[in-house]
Design a protein around this ligand. Structure first.
Ligand code: IPM
Ligand code: MG
Length: 367
C-alpha cells in the first residue's frame, strides 16, 4: 500500500503550538515504529483569512479531500471577532466538515485516573468514566435552510432550521451502533421528541436501524434529561448518539467531567473512500485559547490523542494508538502537568514542549 498521507492544519492560537508537538510524535512513529506518513501542511481559519482572505482556500479543501486524514489544531480568536460572518474562522471549519461530508463526530470523554480529582464532580462519580458521544456533524440546525436574518412586519427575525432527512439519521445511527459493537454495546439516543418533529423522526429511524444491531442495547432520552444524567451518573452511558446542536452542547458538558478540555480528542468521519478508509478529520475538542497562545502553556495532550484516534480509526493501527494513549496516561500518573491541570498553588507547571518530552520518553520506554 502507498504511504498514507496526512494534511496538518494548525489553524489559530494554540493550534500551531500543539500541532508542533504532534509533529514530534509523528516523527517518533516514523523513526521508531516505521509508521510513516506523507505529511502536508496548510492554513485554515483566521490564519487562512490572513493569507487568502478566506478561512478555507479551495486548494486546501481539495487537498483535504485527497489525503487519508486531516489533523486540525483550532480556529478563531479575538482578532477576527469583527469580521463578516461569512469569513469568520469558524466558517472554514464548518465548510470543511460539510464539504468532506464528515457526518459522524466521535467525542470520547474518558477520565484518566490521575485527573479524577480535577473534575468539578466527585471522584467516585467520574473515576473510570469512558463514554463516547457520536454527534451528527453535517446537518440539523447548523446547516438547515431557511436561515438568515430577515425583515418581517417592520422588525428583524433571526431564523435557523432544524432539518434531518431519514438518510442522514440512518447513517450516523449506524456509526454509533458499529462503535458500540466494539465497546460495551449500549447506545443511548438523545433528542427532543416531546417537542420537535425532527426528534420524532430521529427516534423512529434510530429504532429502525437498531433492528440490524440486535446485540446492542438501545435506549432513548430527551436531550435535556440527557444533560442532567451526564452530570448525575455519567457512567451509565457507553455511546450517546445525538444531533449536531445537542451534540455540541452535550459534548462540552461531558468534556468537563474529565477535568480538562485540554485532554480531549475528537474524530469526524465520513463515508469510506476508494481505499476503504473513511474520510476523516481529527481535532482536539478545545478551542484556540488566544489568552494563552504563544506562551508555551498549552496542553498538547488533546492534539496528541487526536493523532492517536487517527491511528486507530483511519489507519487501523490500534496497537500504536494504544501506545500513544498509554504514554499520555503514564505521564499524567507521574504527576507531570501543564498549567490547565495544576491543582495546588505553588506547584510548577511544565511547558507545552516539556510535556511532549515526557510523552516521547514514555513512548520510548514502551519499546
Ligand atoms: C465544536 C465547536 C464548533 C461547533 C465551533 C467552533 C464552530 O464548538 O466543534 O464543538 O459549534 O461545532
Ligand atoms: Mg462546541
Amino acid at each position: 500500500m502507498n504511504t498514507p498521507s496526512l494534511l496538518i492544519l494548525p489553524g489559530d492560537g494554540i493550534g500551531q503550538e500543539v500541532m508542533d508537538e504532534v509533529a514530534r510524535v509523528i516523527e517518533w512513529m516514523g523513526d521508531k515504529r516505521d509508521v510513516r506518513f506523507d505529511v502536508f501542511e496548510d492554513v485554515v481559519g483566521g490564519a487562512a483569512y490572513d493569507k487568502h482572505g478566506t478561512p478555507l482556500h479551495d486548494a486546501t479543501l481539495a487537498k483535504a479531500q485527497e489525503v487519508d486524514a486531516v489533523l486540525l489544531g483550532a480556529v478563531g480568536g479575538p482578532k477576527y471577532d469583527n469580521l463578516d460572518f461569512s469569513v469568520k474562522p469558524e466558517r472554514g471549519l464548518l465548510r470543511l466538515r460539510k464539504e468532506m461530508d464528515l457526518f459522524a463526530n466521535l467525542r470520547p470523554a474518558r477520565c484518566f485516573d490521575a485527573l479524577a480529582d480535577f473534575s468539578s464532580l466527585k471522584r467516585d462519580v467520574v473515576s473510570g468514566l469512558d463514554l463516547m458521544i457520536v454527534r451528527e456533524l453535517t446537518s440539523g440546525s447548523y446547516f438547515g435552510e431557511p436561515r438568515g436574518i430577515f425583515e418581517e412586519n417592520g422588525q428583524r427575525v433571526g431564523i435557523n432550521t432544524q432539518r434531518y432527512t431519514e438518510a442522514e439519521i440512518d447513517r450516523v445511527a449506524r456509526s454509533a451502533f458499529e462503535l458500540a459493537m466494539r465497546r460495551n454495546r449500549k447506545v443511548c439516543s438523545m433528542e427532543k421528541a416531546n417537542v420537535m418533529e425532527s426528534g420524532i423522526l430521529w427516534r423512529e429511524v434510530v429504532t429502525a436501524v437498531h433492528a440490524d444491531y440486535p446485540e446492542v442495547g438501545l435506549s432513548h432520552m430527551y436531550a435535556d434529561n440527557g444533560a442532567m444524567q451526564i452530570v448525575r451518573q455519567p457512567r451509565q452511558f457507553d455511546v450517546i448518539l445525538t444531533d449536531n446542536l445537542f451534540g455540541d452542547i452535550l459534548s462540552d458538558c461531558a468534556a468537563m467531567l474529565t477535568g480538562s478540555l485540554g485532554m480531549l480528542p475528537s474524530a469526524s468521519l465520513g463515508a469510506p473512500m476508494e481505499n476503504g478508509r473513511p474520510k476523516a478529520l481529527y481535532e482536539p475538542v478545545h478551542g484556540s485559547a488566544p489568552d494563552i497562545a504563544g506562551q508555551e502553556k498549552a496542553n498538547p495532550c488533546a492534539c496528541v490523542l487526536s493523532f492517536a484516534m487517527a491511528l486507530r480509526y483511519s489507519f487501523d493501527m490500534g496497537e500504536e494508538a494504544d501506545r500513544v494513549e498509554n504514554a499520555v496516561e503514564r505521564v499524567l500518573a507521574k504527576g507531570v502537568r501543564t498549567e490547565d491541570l495544576m491543582q495546588t498553588e505553588g506547584s510548577v507547571p511544565v511547558s507545552t514542549s516539556a510535556m511532549t518530552d515526557t510523552i516521547l520518553a514514555e513512548l520510548q520506554a514502551s519499546l
